[in-house]
Design a protein around this ligand. Structure first.
Ligand SMILES: C[S@@+](CC[C@H](N)C(=O)[O-])C[C@H]1O[C@@H](n2cnc3c(N)ncnc32)[C@H](O)[C@@H]1O
Length: 347
C-alpha cells in the first residue's frame, strides 16, 4: 500500500467505526426520555449531585450520561450545572405540541429486532417488540399510537388539513385510523364533517382518550374490526388511509383501495397519506432506504417504502381518477384521487 494512501484509509476506517457506534446515540436519547432528564432540566440548571439525587442513581454513571447528552447537543453545561439545549427544549418536553419523545420510544422499541437483523434477513421475518420481550404489548401499542400522534400534532395534521378541500363533505371513513389524530384534525377544521374510524382494539383504546380530550366523541365514531373484512357503508364522501400503505403488502393494499372505492359515493375523495417516494432529495433517499428495511422487520415481511407513481397506478387501476401527488416538508406525503361522479368520467 502506498504511504500517501494512509490518511484516506484512516478516514474510511473511522467511518466504519462511526457507523458501528451510531446505536449509542439512540440509546442515550431513549434513556434521557425514559428517565425524564429533559423534563427535569427544562428552564432549570442542576448539578450532577442534584440530578443523581432526584433520579436516585449512581452519580458517576449520571455524570458520564449527562456528558454524553452534552456532546450530542441535547444538554448544555455551564459552571458544572446542566440544562436543556434549545433542541431538547423544543422537541423533548411532553407538554409541548412539538414533542416527539413517544415517536423516539416507538422507533427504539424495535431495538432487539435490529440487534438480530442478520437472523431476520436470513429468515425473511418480522419480529415485534413484544414477541422478543423488549417491551410488553401494552407499552408497544401506547408508544406506537402516541408516536403517530406526536407526528400529527407536530405539523402533519396541519399539512393534511391545508392540502385537502373537504368543503361540502359530510362523511369520512378513516381506515386504520390509529389514535384518531387525522380524524381529529379534519373534524376540527371542517365543522360539518363526521368520521367513522376503523381500527383494532388496542389503538381504539388510545384514540378514545384523545377524542374525548378534543370533545369530538359525537363526531368521531370508533369502529372496531379488520378493515379488510368489516362491512363498510357505501355513502362516504371521503376515505382516508394514513400510515397503512407502507406496512401492508401490495395485494393487501390494492384490496383496501377496492374496498375504499366501493365505500365512496360517486365523486368521493380518496386520500392516501404515508412515507412515499415523491420528493427525491438526497436526505429523503437516505431515509426512504432505511425506512424500507425498518418496515419489513417491524411490520410485515411484504411491507415496503413505496414510490408515489406506484400508488398512483394502483389507484387508477382501481378506477380512481385525477390522482395528485403532493410532497410535503414533513416525512409523510399525500396522494389524492377521486371516484368518478358519472359514467362519462370513467375512462
Ligand atoms: C402506522 S398506523 C397509522 C395510524 C393513523 N392512521 C396515523 O396515520 O397516525 C397503522 C394503523 O393501521 C391499523 N391496522 C393495520 N392493519 C389493520 C387491519 N387489518 N384492520 C384495521 N386496522 C389495521 C393499525 O392498528 C394501526 O393503528
Amino acid at each position: 500500500m502506498r504511504p500517501n494512501n494512509l490518511p484516506q484509509d484512516k478516514l474510511l476506517a473511522e467511518r466504519i467505526n462511526e457507523i458501528s457506534r451510531n446505536f449509542w446515540n439512540s440509546a442515550i436519547l431513549r434513556a434521557g426520555i425514559k428517565i425524564g432528564v429533559f423534563s427535569l432540566l427544562e428552564h432549570k440548571s442542576l448539578s450532577v449531585e442534584e440530578i443523581s439525587e432526584y433520579l436516585k442513581a449512581n452519580s458517576s454513571f449520571v455524570e458520564a450520561f449527562l456528558e454524553t447528552c452534552v456532546v450530542l447537543g441535547l444538554l448544555e453545561m455551564e459552571q458544572d450545572k446542566f440544562t436543556n439545549s434549545a433542541l431538547a427544549s423544543a422537541f423533548l418536553i411532553p407538554e409541548k405540541k412539538e414533542y416527539v419523545g413517544d415517536l423516539v420510544l416507538h422507533i427504539t422499541n424495535h431495538w432487539d429486532s435490529w440487534g438480530k437483523l442478520d437472523t431476520l434477513i436470513r429468515e425473511g421475518r418480522t419480529e415485534l417488540p413484544f414477541e422478543n420481550g423488549f417491551v410488553d404489548a401494552s407499552t408497544y401499542w401506547m408508544d406506537y399510537m402516541k408516536g403517530q400522534n406526536n407526528r400529527a400534532e407536530a405539523g402533519q395534521g396541519d399539512y393534511l388539513v391545508k392540502n385537502v378541500n373537504l368543503v361540502g363533505k359530510h362523511k369520512l371513513l378513516d381506515l386504520g385510523g390509529g389514535a384518531g389524530s387525522y380524524s381529529i384534525a379534519l373534524c376540527n377544521a371542517n365543522p360539518q364533517l363526521k368520521s367513522f374510524l376503523v381500527d383494532q382494539k388496542e389503538p381504539l383504546a388510545i384514540a378514545r382518550n384523545l377524542i374525548e380530550e378534543h370533545r369530538l366523541q359525537e363526531r368521531i365514531i370508533l369502529v372496531e374490526g379488520d378493515f379488510q373484512t368489516i362491512e363498510l357503508d357505501t355513502d362516504n364522501d371521503v376515505v382516508l388511509i394514513s400510515g397503512v400503505v407502507c406496512i401492508t403488502s401490495q395485494d393487501e393494499f390494492r384490496r383496501l383501495l377496492r374496498r375504499s372505492y366501493d365505500a365512496l359515493l360517486p365523486g368521493g375523495l380518496m386520500i392516501v397519506q404515508d412515507f412515499m417516494r415523491i420528493d427525491r432529495s438526497q436526505e429523503r433517499t437516505f431515509l426512504d432506504t432505511m425506512m424500507d428495511l425498518y418496515l419489513k422487520i417491524a411490520f410485515d415481511p411484504n411491507a415496503s417504502d413505496r414510490h408515489g407513481d406506484e400508488i398512483v397506478s394502483w389507484l387508477t387501476d382501481t378506477g380512481f381518477i385525477n390522482p395528485k401527488q403532493i410532497a410535503l416538508p414533513t416525512q409523510l406525503a399525500l396522494i389524492t384521487a377521486q371516484k368518478p361522479s358519472s359514467l362519462s368520467e370513467i375512462n
